[in-house]
Design a protein around this ligand. Structure first.
Ligand code: ADP
Length: 475
């Protein structure tokens, strides 16, 4: 933990192990903190806030830029650590570290573009001015599926805006967060500006975050139930909240699409991070005229995927986060099969060649998915491609929107009118049109409905950390 500029190796609850999900070995032990550490970290952040907020935007920008440079210089080491604690293949880990760095660079730039406004008044003797000020102490909770990029996606804009921060990374993956905080320390962020509280039990830390009056904003990425609970409590204490939660992305392959191209795209985005992403396609709507061609290409590619330790050459699919995740994925698959789904490939836990020491599930393709199946409604967060054949454009739009989630959606079509109709008609925050990676530091990321509140990255990202202050001047 890192509180008020001091590293703490052992918390009030001692230490806890971080294990490698591909083989169960302990990677490192980290300090196990609780409510008292969260309280001390918030107090440190509150004390550091006035001076940090008073720094020039140029100074804050320069520090973020330095952090960006150091992060880039350590890309390979950090990617390896990321694979060790989270499991994704090294190449994907390297891409994530770059993505993490992108947010630091973007918000180093945005720090200098927090513009105010002058507004004409109806009274001749009055002038209106608007300025934007940092909200204050930010409590940030990050997930285990993207252990470093979710940290910079929150801390980048918070620090750029002039906020101070207390970060609580996921208990499964605190190691990259620790390394990131070390970088902030190295480049010279003053004590208390960034604080880190690690812990094996998030509940007491979360409770302090949402009740302590010194915290002015909660930013959370994780599951919808936890996000709703924390957002509810934070709102009760009138804290600002942004949440990036679960998803249930539709992936629509229209009748005019190239099924081979679409299947290649689906394979890349569906099995990314072993399906453990909130933007992972969960219902793959394929026009009935091309189900066969789509399925064949998909199976051909999926069967070449190699599961294993992400540090090993040739591994393209890593483990799930824990045994509970394996059981949840398998339950969805078995439920679908029992209700009439066709199992095209996979559909079982992987245990051969030492994989039983980790949490592996075979990349799976299911066809003939129906609304009554659990997988049609609930987020899978695992390597299962669930194909839903459809016949009509209007039906597919209604089916795609028939979910409580609203994060990402994907469309494959070569027809411009259809692309535009679906882009406008889909109730999701992020729509990829023939594009499986509609994201980047400059693009607003976030969802509608149960997928969350607010946007991260982009121009919008920094506004989540700013208050608006009006000045009315009578002259
Ligand atoms: P998942 O089910 O995918 O692990 P969670 O929402 O449980 O998703 O976890 C996302 C983040 O939320 C993690 O940092 C986790 O520690 C944190 N978290 C989980 N429960 C709580 C809680 N009660 N209070 C605060 N943070 C929590």
């Amino acid at each position: 933990m890192f509180i008020n500029g001091v590293w703490i190796q052992e918390g009030s609850r001692g230490t806890f192990p971080v294990t490698n999900p591909s083989n169960g070995t302990v990677v490192r032990k980290v300090a196990d903190g609780g409510r008292e550490e969260a309280n001390a970290a918030i107090a440190a952040a509150a004390k550091a806030f006035p001076d940090w907020a008073a720094q020039t935007a140029h100074k804050r920008s320069a520090l973020l830029y330095q952090a960006y440079q150091v992060l880039i210089s350590r890309k390979d080491q950090l990617a390896e650590l990321l694979t060790l604690e989270q499991g994704k293949p090294l190449r994907a880990a390297t891409t994530e570290v770059q993505y993490a760095a992108d947010f630091l660079l973007w918000f180093a730039e945005e720090a200098k573009r927090i513009y105010g406004e002058t507004i004409p008044s109806a009274r001749p003797d009055q002038r209106f001015l608007v300025r934007h000020e940092p909200v204050g102490v930010v409590a940030a909770v990050t997930p285990w599926n993207y252990p470093i990029s979710m940290v910079t996606r929150k801390l980048g804009p918070a620090l750029a805006a002039g906020c101070t921060v207390v970060l609580k990374p996921a208990e499964a993956t605190p190691l990259c967060a620790i390394e990131m905080v070390k970088i902030f320390e190295e480049v010279g962020l003053p004590a208390g500006v960034v604080n880190l509280v690690t812990g094996s039990d998030p509940k007491p830390i979360g409770e302090e975050f949402v009740t302590n009056p010194l915290v002015r904003k909660l930013t959370f990425t994780g599951s919808t139930p936890v996000g709703k609970m924390l957002a509810g409590k934070a709102a009760g204490n009138m804290k600002r909240v942004s949440c990036e939660l679960g998803g249930h992305a539709p992936f629509i392959v229209c009748q005019d699409a190239d099924p081979v191209h679409a299947a290649k795209g689906l394979q890349l985005v569906k099995f990314l991070n072993t399906g453990q992403a909130c933007i992972s396609p969960n219902r793959i709507f394929v026009h009935e005229s091309m189900v066969e061609a789509f399925k064949n290409t998909l199976v051909e590619r999926v069967s070449k995927m190699k599961a294993g330790n992400g540090l090993e050459q040739g591994v393209s699919i890593g483990p799930l986060v824990n045994d509970a995740a394996v059981a949840k994925v398998d339950a969805q698959v078995q439920d679908a099969i029992a209700k009439g789904a066709e199992i095209v490939c996979g559909g079982e836990r992987l245990t051969a060649n030492g994989l039983d020491r980790g949490h592996f599930y075979a990349p799976t393709v299911l066809n003939a998915i129906k609304p009554a199946m659990t997988i049609y409604r609930e987020e899978t967060f695992g390597p299962v491609a669930a194909i839903v054949p459809y016949g009509d454009d209007d039906d597919v739009l209604a089916m795609a929107n028939d979910t409580n989630y609203g994060l990402a959606a994907y469309v494959y079509t070569q027809n411009l009118s259809r692309a535009m109709r679906l882009y406008e008609g889909l109730n999701f925050g992020i729509i990829g049109i023939n594009d499986i990676n509609p994201s980047g530091a400059s693009a607003p990321f976030g969802g509608m409905k149960n997928s969350g509140i607010g946007r991260e990255g982009a121009r919008e990202g920094i506004s989540e950390y700013l208050e608006t202050k009006l000045g009315g001047f009578s002259i």
